[in-house]
Design a protein around this ligand. Structure first.
Ligand SMILES: *Cc1c(COP(=O)(O)O)cnc(C)c1O
Ligand SMILES: [Zn+2]
Length: 392
């Protein structure tokens, strides 16, 4: 089997202990903290050429030297990645912004950016010989896992709240996954999935409880840098649930800096957006805390944001502080108004989570936290078509 010469080791995000990248690992047993993948970037810097990667066939795997799968034969792909970054001229004009962009992740397989993380994690799981996987999900992660597991020939088990959007339940079952609907939130689903994983020996693909979903999602950061010709935007606004995308984009930027591929020292201010009915990150950020408190009675129709406490809350808060960013919450009312405005002004039927970024941007403009000539990038993380039951 081929090996990726740049893949070094995993490291606990808390105590710094190293783990072999060539064995199956979940998270650090001592700290209950996420493991982060490291690569030999000084060597990669001498050997890899960013423009050669740009010229490869489209998709997430054209960054394969910076991803954890060793033998390209193990890459399980459905065509994820290389999503469009679009100018938002009318929405920008409405807010008085001259450089407003949106990266549209709805073009991914299964209609959300969860395809990136689960594509990477399922690929690596298959490479390491894992045959059964389990996930607790607020929705899109389950659908993506089911699709990639089907393609990989791996058995998929999914625990989701019973009020998860119908599209997620049906797409998961359609792909042959076993779906268990539970009375409760994703945190309850996570508890049950954890027990099941231990009892049955199924591999748990929960956010940050295995190292490689982060690696798939970080590729958004590479694509963003490349789109802006390696001069990053001033602000990136990200709808935050478990935080994989936010932390992943920030990891990608650090890696690109180490590769010497960035044209300037400017780093984007990272903004985490949540819903008023479930806002543990803004609350902890504003209080200057290192961790989030568990958010009780979490509710929002933006199901991807209904995460009462992320396993990687500290990494999310660190990213916001290191980048000079911020966190804020918007109401479901503002989210649905933004969703309709984006569709009417720009023709995009975005997920409520994606719409939340525009609602938040309005608030940031009001606060003068962003200035009119700054380059702003919103992330639309999924397709509005997956939430028809939320729109009555
Ligand atoms: C899961 C999800 C999110 C939150 O993503 P994280 O990277 O876990 O923070 C946002 N939007 C959509 C559509 C999602 O499915
Ligand atoms: Zn540790």
């Amino acid at each position: 089997m081929k090996a990726n010469p740049y893949l070094l080791y995993l490291k606990c995000s808390d105590c710094g202990r190293e783990f072999s990248a060539r064995k199956v690992h979940t998270f650090c047993p001592d700290c209950q903290a996420a493991l982060i993948t490291y690569y030999d970037l000084p060597t990669a810097r001498r050997q890899l050429d960013r423009d050669a990667l740009r010229a490869r066939p489209r998709g997430m795997w054209r960054w394969r030297e910076l991803l954890p799968v060793e033998d390209p034969a193990n890459e399980v792909t459905l065509g994820e990645g290389d999503t469009p970054t679009l100018r938002m001229p009318r929405l920008g004009a409405a807010l008085g912004l001259s450089q407003l962009f949106l990266k549209d992740e709805s073009a991914n397989p299964t209609g959300s950016f969860k395809a990136r993380g689960l594509g990477a994690a399922v690929s690596r799981a298959r490479e390491l010989g894992i045959e059964k996987v389990i996930i607790p999900t607020a929705g899109n992660a389950g659908g993506a896992m089911a699709a990639y597991a089907a393609r990989a020939g791996i058995r998929a088990h999914i625990f989701m709240p019973k009020d998860t959007p119908q599209a997620n339940i049906q797409e998961s079952r359609m792909a042959g996954a076993e779906v268990v609907l539970i009375d409760g939130l994703i945190s309850d689903a996570a508890g049950m999935a954890g027990v099941k994983a231990r009892e049955e020996g199924w591999f748990d693909l929960s956010t940050f409880k295995e190292p490689y979903r982060l690696e798939g999602k970080k590729v958004m950061g590479y694509e963003i840098a490349e789109f802006f010709n390696y001069q990053l935007p001033d602000v990136i606004v990200y709808p935050t649930g478990g935080g994989t995308g936010l932390v992943g984009i920030w990891k990608a930027i650090a890696e690109l800096a180490e590769l010497g591929w960035l044209e300037t020292n400017k780093r984007p201010r990272m903004v985490a957006v949540q819903a008023e009915g479930c806002a543990p990150v803004p609350r902890a950020f504003q209080a200057g805390r290192e961790f989030c408190d568990f958010w009780t009675n979490a509710h929002t129709l933006a199901s991807g944001l209904r995460v009462p406490k992320s396993f990687a809350d500290r990494l999310i808060l660190n990213t916001l502080r290191e980048s000079g960013g911020t966190a804020l919450a918007v109401s479901d009312e503002a989210i649905f108004a933004a969703q309709s405005e984006i569709a009417k002004q720009e023709g995009l039927f975005v997920a409520p989570e994606g719409a939340a970024t525009y609602a938040a941007l309005k608030e940031l403009m009001r606060q003068k936290w962003v200035t009119p000539t700054e380059t702003i990038l919103l992330l639309n993380t999924g397709s509005g078509l997956k939430y028809l039951d939320a729109l009555q």
